[in-house]
Design a protein around this ligand. Sequence first.
Ligand SMILES: *Cc1c(COP(=O)(O)O)cnc(C)c1O
Length: 403
Amino acid sequence: MDDSKRHPELGEATRIVGAGRRSEWTGAVVNPPVWRASTHLYEDTAALFAGTRSNADGRFFYGRRGSPTQWALAEALTALEPGAAGTVLYPSGVAAIAGVMLTLLRPGDVVLISDNAYDPTRAMGKGLLTDLGVEPRFFDPLDLTAYEALFCERTRAVLLEAPGSLSMEVADLPALAAIARARGAISVLDNTWASPLGFPALARGIDIALMALTKHVGGHSDLMMGSASAGPDLYTRLRQRAQQLGTVVSPDDAALALRGLRTLHLRLKHETQSTLAIAQWLQGREEVAQVLCPMLPGAPGHETWKRDFTGGAGLFSFVFRGGDAAARNRFVDALTLFGIGYSWGGYESLALPIEPSAYRSRMPWPPGLAANEDRHGVRLSIGLEDPADLIADIEQALAAWRA
Ligand SMILES: *Cc1c(COP(=O)(O)O)cnc(C)c1O
């Protein structure tokens, strides 16, 4: 048994180092080897029949149920989420969201989706779920009264995300989850930004916590994966549905994700510190109208973040004061230390021009500012570079914005 289970009182860093490292999976080496396997060979027919009857975790059957490499990653993620009985792995973050939705929802059900959710989540509500006869209803997660009014007899699940995608609002997640529970609906949180280190979701009343492991857990921009962790009953349902859907992740990617996980806490701390320094510097610049970073005192959502979260992350946005989209794009193009691209949470910094109003039906963009001219935004993913170098790069790119 791994150390995190034997000593639940151990500190977070110690648990991250020990999680999932069962000796029966690692053998005589530190990490579980990469078990590339479709077929499991049985000793004899009796063992084959016993294997077929059992559908327990951590038992070889056939490649679709994974191998010690995937089990070690799932167990490590479970150990980091207080209250979780198990974790299901999915081939991407979007696949995790789909896998959870297909577990919870039936034709005729209503699902409430946070208006500031990740855009593909929104598209899943309008596409896949609508096609299956599920009705998505989008809500402003900052308006608890309007949210509660949307519940009906058919509301089966609520999909939450905080900070909001691109616009970074921090909703009162414990209150939203408590209302869902009182109404008999399952609450699901996309916890990719904070991870359980920054927001222990199940301990705060959320029923299912999912993540795009592609981002922080992988941490090196070299894999795609997702996860969903839950208590015993929901974990069993998620696992059964994943088996029905044929969901499986490759052992090579699982080994990469495990390697990333071992330094997650260090990277998050470094990113958070750098991000705070960069956000504070940006706040003092006349070119910038608004810095949308929950860790920054005075920024939207800061008080709620401080109350509910136990850590930060390196992803935030800011809005230019005036200017147009072309000036904003000049700024992004002038950056030399930031890659231009989707994704985030890697060791390298990224910049992305953003126009969230295209993905909102209930919430203003920028947050709190209706009908504002200052709407051209940039999202930055802060990596592990020296923050002084990143600030100098941003400063020279601001000259391109002014030009
Ligand atoms: C990237 C992302 C996802 C999707 O993850 P993929 O692995 O790219 O499918 C889901 N939620 C959030 C918040 C994300 O940033």
